[in-house]
Design a protein around this ligand. Structure first.
Ligand code: SF4
Length: 465
C-alpha cells in the first residue's frame, strides 16, 4: 500500500503499542546539549542506570556559551556549572562531546547535519524545540522535554502519539530577495501557530525541490512554530549530494547502498495525506513579523491588518494600518539554528558589501558552528562584516534565546534572523523582535530601519530561486 515517508519511518521504528495507545518508538540519534541534559543525567544517575546507547548519543554546547570570549571558567557561574556538568556526564557515560576546543562545536541543529550524524530515515530526538530542523533530510526529528531526554538516555525509546500528515506544496519560482525564511513565515501566517497541532508537515513542490539543504533546514526548523510536531522534506539527489563524504555518513559502497535505501523512503507518489495545502511561490514576498508570535507577520510593505491583535500591537508599539517598513531598529542579529549556516552568511554579506552599519545600530553575526565560522573566514566574510561595522562572534545560540551575555536592553528593537519573537525571548522583558531573513537583517542594519531588501540593494544583487 502506498505510504508517506512519515508512515514508513514511523513503522520501521515502532517497537510496540503501549497500553496508553502511544507507540514506543526507537530513537536512532539522540543529540544533547548543556541546558536540558543535566537534570536528565541526575535522574539517571540517581537510579544507577547507564546510558542505553552511548554510540547513538552526541553532545555539544550551544545555548549558554558566550560568543565574545570563551575563556574558562565562564563569567556566568550558571553557564560554567552547566558546561562542567555536561563534560562530566559525557566522560562518565562515554558520549562524544563536541566542545569548544573540538573545532566542531556549534548549535546542535547545525552540527548534526554538518557532521553527517543526521541521516534520512532516522528517528532523532533532542531536548530542544527546533529539533524539527533535521527533518530536512527525511528524518522524523522530535524536540523533547527533560524527562523525555531521561527516557531516551535510559531506553533509547520514546512514547509518542501517532501524527496525521499534511503535505504543504510550494510551487513555482520565488522572486529575488525572497528566501526560505519568507516561505516558512508565510506558511505559518496562513495556517496559524497552532494550525499544525497533531500533524507532521511534509514540505514539497517545485520551490522546495529546488532548495538547498540549508534552505530546507530553515523551513523544517520553524515547522514547530506552526504547531507541527515534526516537519520533513523527502530525501532526493540534493540530500544525497549534501551527505556524501560527511564524517559520520556511510562511506564508499556503504554510501551507495544507503542512498538506495534512503531513496526508497520518500513518500510514494500515490500516498494519501490527511490534508494538502498549496501555495504559489510567486505570491510570497519578503516577510517580517510585527507581533509576538511567528504567525504575526506581513509582507514588508504591507499594512498591518485592521483586526490585528491589540496586545501584540501595544507590546510592539505598532498601530493597525501602518507598515513595518521604516521601523527604526537598535540591534541586528544574524544567527540561530534557523539562519546561521554558510549560505545565510553569504546572503547577508551580499547585501552588506560596500556599505556600513548605521551609527545607532549594534550588529552581530554569530555563525551557527565553528565549521561555518571557519568556512566563512576562508571566503573572507569575516573581514567584510567587520569592515562594515558588524561584530564577528564565536558559534552559539547567542541572542536567539539570550541564555548568555548577548541580550537586548530595555525596549530595544531587534531585526533578527532567529525563529521566535515571543515577549522577552531576546533577554529583555520589554525587548522587541522582528523576525526576517538574514538578507533583510543585513539591509536593516545598514539602513538603521526595516527596509525592503530588494529596493535597498536592487533585486539584481540578490539570489533568485
Ligand atoms: S539557536 Fe535558538 S532556537 Fe536554535 S537551538 Fe539555540 S536557542 Fe534553540
Amino acid at each position: 500500500m502506498a505510504q508517506t515517508l512519515f508512515e514508513k519511518v514511523w513503522n520501521q521504528h515502532a517497537v510496540r503499542t503501549l497500553p496508553t495507545g502511544q507507540t514506543q518508538l526507537y530513537i536512532g540519534l539522540h543529540l544533547i546539549h548543556e541546558v536540558t541534559s543535566p537534570q536528565a543525567f541526575d535522574m539517571l544517575n540517581a537510579r544507577g542506570w547507564k546510558v542505553r546507547a552511548p554510540h547513538r548519543t552526541f553532545a555539544t554546547v550551544d545555548h549558554i556559551v558566550p560568543t565574545a570570549s570563551v575563556a574558562r571558567p565562564f563569567q556566568d557561574a550558571m553557564a560554567e556549572q552547566m558546561t562542567a556538568a555536561l563534560e562530566r556526564n559525557c566522560a562518565e557515560h562515554k558520549i562524544p562531546l563536541f566542545d569548544l576546543s573540538s573545532g566542531r562545536q556549534g548549535i546542535v541543529h547545525v552540527i548534526g547535519p554538518e557532521l553527517g550524524l543526521t541521516q534520512p530515515g532516522m528517528t532523532i530526538a533532542c531536548g530542544d524545540s527546533h529539533t524539527s530542523t533535521h527533518g530536512a533530510f527525511g528524518a522524523l526529528a522530535f524536540g523533547i522535554g527533560t524527562s523525555q531526554v531521561r527516557d531516551v538516555l535510559a531506553s533509547q525509546c520514546l512514547a509518542m502519539d501517532p501524527l496525521k500528515v499534511r503535505r504543504i506544496e510550494v510551487n513555482g519560482r520565488l522572486g529575488r530577495g525572497v528566501y526560505a525564511k519568507d516561505v516558512i513565515l508565510e506558511i505559518i501566517r496562513r495556517l496559524g501557530v497552532k494550525g499544525g497541532a497533531g500533524f507532521a508537515y511534509e514540505f514539497g513542490g517545485s520551490a522546495i525541490d529546488r532548495m538547498s539543504m540549508d534552505e530546507r533546514m530553515t523551513i523544517c526548523n520553524m515547522s514547530i512554530e506552526g504547531g507541527a510536531r515534526v516537519g520533513y522534506v523527502n530525501p532526493d539527489e540534493t540530500t544525497f549530494a549534501y551527505m556524501r563524504g560527511r564524517q559520520f555518513a556511510p562511506q564508499g559502497d556503504a554510501f551507495e547502498r544507503a542512498t538506495a535505501w534512503w531513496r526508497s523512503l520518500a513518500s510514494d507518489r500515490d500516498a494519501r495525506y490527511d490534508d494538502v495545502v498549496e501555495i504559489a511561490a510567486s505570491e510570497i514576498q519578503p516577510n517580517v513579523t510585527w507581533g509576538i508570535n511567528p504567525g504575526q507577520s506581513v509582507a514588508v510593505d504591507e499594512k498591518l491588518p485592521a483586526n490585528a491583535d491589540t496586545e501584540a500591537l501595544a507590546f510592539m508599539g505598532f498601530v493597525a494600518g501602518q507598515t513595518v517598513k521604516g521601523t527604526r531598529i537598535d540591534v541586528a542579529f544574524v544567527g540561530s539554528c534557523t539562519n546561521a549556516r554558510l549560505s545565510d552568511l553569504r546572503e547577508a554579506a551580499r547585501v552588506v558589501r560596500g556599505h556600513h552599519v548605521a551609527p545607532h545600530v549594534k550588529a552581530l553575526v554569530v555563525p551557527g558552528s565553528q565549521a561555518v565560522r571557519e568556512a566563512a573566514e576562508r571566503e573572507g566574510l569575516d573581514r567584510l562584516f567587520l569592515d562594515a561595522g558588524f561584530e564577528w562572534r564565536g558559534a552559539g545560540c547567542s541572542m536567539c534565546l539570550a541564555m548568555n551575555p548577548d541580550r537586548l536592553e530595555g525596549r530595544e528593537i531587534c531585526a533578527s534572523s532567529s525563529n521566535r519573537n515571543f515577549k522577552g525571548r531576546q533577554g529583555s522583558p520589554t525587548g522587541r523582535t522582528l523576525l526576517m531573513s538574514p538578507a533583510m537583517v543585513a539591509a536593516a542594519a545598514i539602513a538603521g530601519e526595516v527596509v525592503d531588501v530588494r529596493e535597498f540593494v536592487g533585486a539584481e544583487v540578490l539570489v533568485g530561486h
